[in-house]
Design a protein around this ligand. Structure first.
Ligand code: NDP
Length: 246
């Protein structure tokens, strides 16, 4: 079988479970060496076992994304070992809390923004020079339909995802003339721990699995992607223009 990412180096955050786990596995199956980041070592080790038994390779990075100095060190460490980065998947995130805007605790707001926004920016900042060195750099930043839906009680999570999309749009314009392509993704409702936290009454069996969703996201890392600064909608299986209703 022809692999699309042979010899590529791919960093995936939130790779210990859910959508990120399956994106990491999918990238490795396409031949990429995966740098898998999350806090839960058990989840990362399970991923490593699965990748290795399928003939792939991975490097595990147990890191809490609230550790900004730790994120800052990543770029240097990747540069020293590989000299470039070909794929970034900024997937890690948390829901925070669903609550009326006036009832959100400051510490919940700060933690959610720290992981979803600040850490995503710090990650972009540390690997941007390495992605620019790649012959086909690809960055995928996980957003959500919540960024556009204006649903009551979702203000915190929605604001964090809208911030990520805004960063991606500007970053795309800064890198337009390079081979680098950077896009946001809306995976749509997916059968994971986060979705169960958001919608405890929902039957998870009605939702697509993380594996199915990841299979649609992995091709956004391929060298043949031409779009940049766009939002890829997994359910519609296409890039949306920001003028499209999302
Ligand atoms: P999960 O809750 O299943 O997984 C989240 C991942 O993020 C885990 O690997 C977790 O690893 C990691 N993570 C969370 N906090 C931190 C932290 N402080 N440091 C490092 N890693 C962290 O989420 P999903 O797979 O459902 O979501 C993946 C992405 O997709 C998220 O950005 C989410 O917002 C987005 N999304 C999901 C939807 C859904 O329906 N599931 C819908 C729309 C968007 P660990 O705990 O081991 O650190």
């Amino acid at each position: 079988m022809m692999q699309m990412l042979t010899d590529k180096i791919a960093l995936v955050t939130g790779a210990s479970r859910g959508i990120g786990y399956h994106i990491a596995k999918g990238l490795a199956a396409e031949g990429a060496h995966v740098i898998a980041l999350a806090r839960t070592v058990g989840g990362l080790e399970e991923l490593d076992d699965e990748i290795k038994s399928a003939g792939g390779s991975a490097t595990l990075v147990p890191l809490d994304l609230t550790d900004m100095a730790g994120i800052d060190r990543l770029g240097g460490a990747i540069n020293e070992r590989w000299g470039r980065l070909d794929v970034l998947v900024a997937n890690a995130g948390l829901l925070g809390v669903l609550a009326p805007i006036g009832h959100i605790e400051a510490k919940t707001f700060d933690k959610t923004m720290t992981v979803n926004v600040n850490a995503t920016w710090r990650l972009i900042r540390t690997v941007d020079p390495l992605l620019r060195k790649s012959l086909a750099g690809r960055a995928i930043v996980m957003s959500s339909g919540a960024a556009h839906s204006a649903k009551a009680f979702w203000s915190l999570y929605a604001a964090s995802k809208a911030a990520c999309e805004a960063m991606v749009r500007s970053w795309a314009n800064e890198t337009m003339n390079l081979p680098l392509r950077v896009n946001s993704v809306n995976p749509g409702a997916t059968r994971t721990a986060m979705r169960a936290q958001a919608m405890p009454g929902e039957d998870p069996k009605t939702l697509p699995t993380a594996r199915e969703v990841a299979a649609k996201i992995v091709p956004l890392a391929f060298p043949n992607v031409v779009e940049t600064g766009k939002l890829f909608d997994v359910r519609e299986n296409r890039f949306l223009d920001y003028r499209d209703p999302a």
